[in-house]
Every structure is written in structure tokens, then in C-alpha cells.
Design a protein around this ligand. Structure first.
Ligand code: BTN
Length: 246
């Protein structure tokens, strides 16, 4: 991972660039840009990506897995970033499935995109956006309450090169383990240890339907297990469902 890095000063979206070249390049090729003009978030949202202030990167993978397993790679990404941020001395939590939060505010998001057939993945692009050195004024007004950066939390400018190399090293270790063992247990253990949701009451939101439950586990497939007040237990596979702490 990251042996072949393509570095841009500006692109629309590193995920879009990665998808263009995914079939031609070797696995692990990583695209990093100083800024994104049309950074993409989940659920069709925009991702603010000002120049030189964050880590905006996409890792191209070609594992021999089925499309239903693709979300496992998101868990590997979340575990890699959480550990990398911890390694530079900043405590953080993973809000399942793929946000990293500090004191409840989002500091990293992951957008995994895939191309594949019914039972085989052609490629997976793991897009990672880390708000490293953004200042309050860099966030759109409506995000100031819910978003933060490492700089804002640590009250000092953070070395992006050191951080990105931690992320890539962690990702390589956890991804290799997944390929060798066919299990993401190592990543799940990290996700559980630093989970922002486990053992807490959560709202399970699907469209207009909102239900309350307790998050009781993350299973070996990376799915969240919730328990309703009537004792019913349900496995949640992310997608359109969004989870809010209460
Ligand atoms: C989210 O909504 O939480 C996911 C945000 C993902 C942002 C990253 S930044 C690098 C990569 N390129 C994109 O356009 N998006 C992802």
C-alpha cells in the first residue's frame, strides 16, 4: 500500500481520479491531493477539502472478494486512521461505520466505492478525508458545530506527512492480515476498543423511520448489532441507515 503514490496539487475528487485509473495500476496505488474542488462525502454530500489543510487520499485495492464483503475494507480504513491519530497523541473514537470523532465532533470520513460483478470485485477505492489543519473558518457555517480538525483539538499545527505515513503503514498491516486470514478481526478489535457507540443508546434512522436501541456489538463481518427494548436483536449493514448517539 502506498508504494506507488500519485500526488496532485488540485483535483475534483481523489476518488474520481482513482476510479479512472484503477484497472490500469497496481494494487495499493494511492492518490493524494493538496485540495479537492468537488470532494465527495457519503449520501451525495460535499466534502470540504481546502488546500494544504487536510489529508485527502484514495487507496486502490483489488482483493479477490465478493461485493458484499467490500464494506470490510471500510472498517480497515477506520481502524488505520483511528490508530494513526492515536499514535500522534490525540485520543479519538470511531463512530461506526466510518467516521472518526473527537469529543463527539467529526474529524475524518471514509467513502468506499466499488466496481464489481455479482460475485467478484474488480476494484475498491477507499477514500479517506482527514481534517488535519483546518481552522474554524475553513468549515462551512453549518458544519462548525459538528465538525472539527486535529489542529483545533490539539491546539497546534500537525505534521501531515508523518500522519499520512502512519495511516498507510497501519492500513498495509491490517489489509495484509485481512488478505492472509480472510478475517478483519484485527481491525474490528480496534474499532470496538475505540467505538463511540458500543454499549450506548443509539437512534437507528432509515428514511423517516427512527427507532431507539442499544449498540451491543460489532460482529466479525463489521456489522453493528443493536438490541431493541423489546429484546429483539438486529444486525445493521450500514448503507442508508444512519446511527446517532443519544
Ligand atoms: C463522509 O461523508 O464521511 C465521507 C467523506 C470522504 C471524503 C474523502 S476525501 C478523499 C476522498 N475523495 C473524495 O471525493 N472523498 C473522499
Amino acid at each position: 500500500i502506498g508504494r506507488n503514490i500519485i500526488h496532485y496539487s488540485s483535483v475534483d475528487s481523489t476518488n474520481m481520479e482513482a476510479k479512472k485509473i484503477a484497472l490500469e495500476v497496481e494494487e495499493g496505488t494511492t492518490i493524494i491531493s493538496e485540495e479537492q474542488l468537488k470532494g465527495k462525502g457519503r449520501l451525495g454530500r460535499n466534502w470540504t477539502s481546502p488546500k494544504g489543510k487536510g489529508i485527502w487520499m484514495s487507496i486502490i485495492l483489488k482483493p479477490d472478494i465478493s461485493p458484499t464483503e467490500a464494506s470490510k475494507v471500510t472498517q480497515i480504513g477506520a481502524a488505520s486512521v483511528s490508530k494513526a491519530i492515536e499514535e500522534i497523541g490525540i485520543k479519538n473514537k470511531i463512530k461506526w461505520p466510518n467516521d472518526i470523532v473527537i469529543k463527539g465532533k467529526k474529524t475524518c470520513g471514509i467513502l468506499t466505492e466499488m466496481s464489481g460483478e455479482i460475485n467478484r470485485v474488480n476494484y475498491i477505492v477507499v477514500g479517506i478525508g482527514i481534517n488535519v489543519n483546518l481552522e474554524e473558518g475553513d468549515f462551512p457555517e453549518d458544519l462548525r458545530e459538528v465538525g472539527t480538525s486535529l489542529r483545533i483539538e490539539k491546539k497546534q499545527v500537525i505534521d501531515r506527512v508523518n500522519l499520512v505515513s502512519n495511516v498507510i503503514n497501519n492500513f498495509e498491516y491490517l489489509y495484509k492480515d485481512f488478505i492472509n486470514t480472510r478475517s478483519i478481526k484485527k481491525s474490528i478489535d480496534i474499532c470496538k476498543e475505540s467505538s463511540a457507540l458500543l454499549h450506548k443508546r443509539v437512534r437507528v434512522i432509515k428514511g423517516d423511520n427512527i427507532e431507539e436501541a442499544v449498540a451491543i456489538d460489532i460482529n466479525d463481518d463489521g456489522h453493528l448489532i443493536v438490541k431493541y427494548d423489546d429484546g429483539n436483536i438486529k444486525e445493521i449493514i450500514s448503507g442508508e441507515i444512519s446511527i446517532r448517539g443519544i
